[in-house]
Design a protein around this ligand. Structure first.
Ligand SMILES: [Ca+2]
Ligand SMILES: [Ca+2]
Length: 200
């Protein structure tokens, strides 16, 4: 008799859990980390940008900036935006360019301890998880400016072709997932995020 009661209880609990969560919640799993540069395994959704995309501003030089939204988990909602801007080419004596990343909705970007407004440079295969430093503010990927006298200023960690990554945290309804973005200067190469699985 006790056995029967137990079975009935667990069935009704399950039913309750399902019926209370029509809008996706209870029965899925999502990995709590991703490795920088990881392209498969652990329910990773990888988007290779082919060919690597050198950002170009439509209508330049009348337009001096552009945004490029990215959907990491392919759910139709954009997760971050890249903002690319160039200086006016008619401005004599100086010029420059910059790229920033803007987390959308509740999402966050991994930032540097040393430079809190810069996207952190994560080396290949390093773990990206909740222990990193996360910010929901715009973060600098790189900026470069020059003057005709030969002086130039470079900021951000992504001015070169180093094999480094930007960490992304997708804060969704009821869970967080992690991702990475590969970009050097204004060249977008690819991105990935872990996605929930077990949910139909
Ligand atoms: Ca998305
Ligand atoms: Ca690529």
């Amino acid at each position: 008799m006790r056995k029967i009661v137990l079975v009935i209880c667990s069935v009704s609990l399950l039913w309750l859990a399902i019926s209370c969560n029509d809008d996706e919640a209870a029965y899925f799993t999502v990995y709590s980390f991703i490795l920088a540069g990881q392209k498969d395994g652990n329910s990773t959704l990888y988007t290779d940008v082919v060919p690597d995309d050198t950002l170009k501003i439509p209508g330049f030089p009348d337009n001096l900036s552009m945004t490029k939204p990215l959907d990491f988990d392919n759910d139709g909602a954009m997760d971050v935006e890249l903002y690319y801007s160039l200086s006016n080419p008619y401005m004599l004596g100086s010029g420059g360019s910059s790229l920033t990343i803007i987390p959308l909705d509740d999402n966050e970007v991994c930032t540097s301890d040393a430079e809190p407004t810069w996207a952190d440079a994560i080396i290949f295969s390093d773990t990206i998880n909740k222990s990193d430093k996360w910010s929901d503010s715009t973060a600098l990927i790189y900026s470069y400016s020059w003057q005709v006298n030969g002086l130039y200023t470079s900021k951000g960690y992504f001015n070169n072709d180093d094999d480094i990554y930007i960490g992304i945290k997708l804060n969704k309804k009821g869970y967080s997932a992690y991702g990475w973005l590969s970009v050097n200067r204004a060249i977008l190469k690819g991105y990935a995020a872990t996605v929930p699985y077990g949910l139909e």
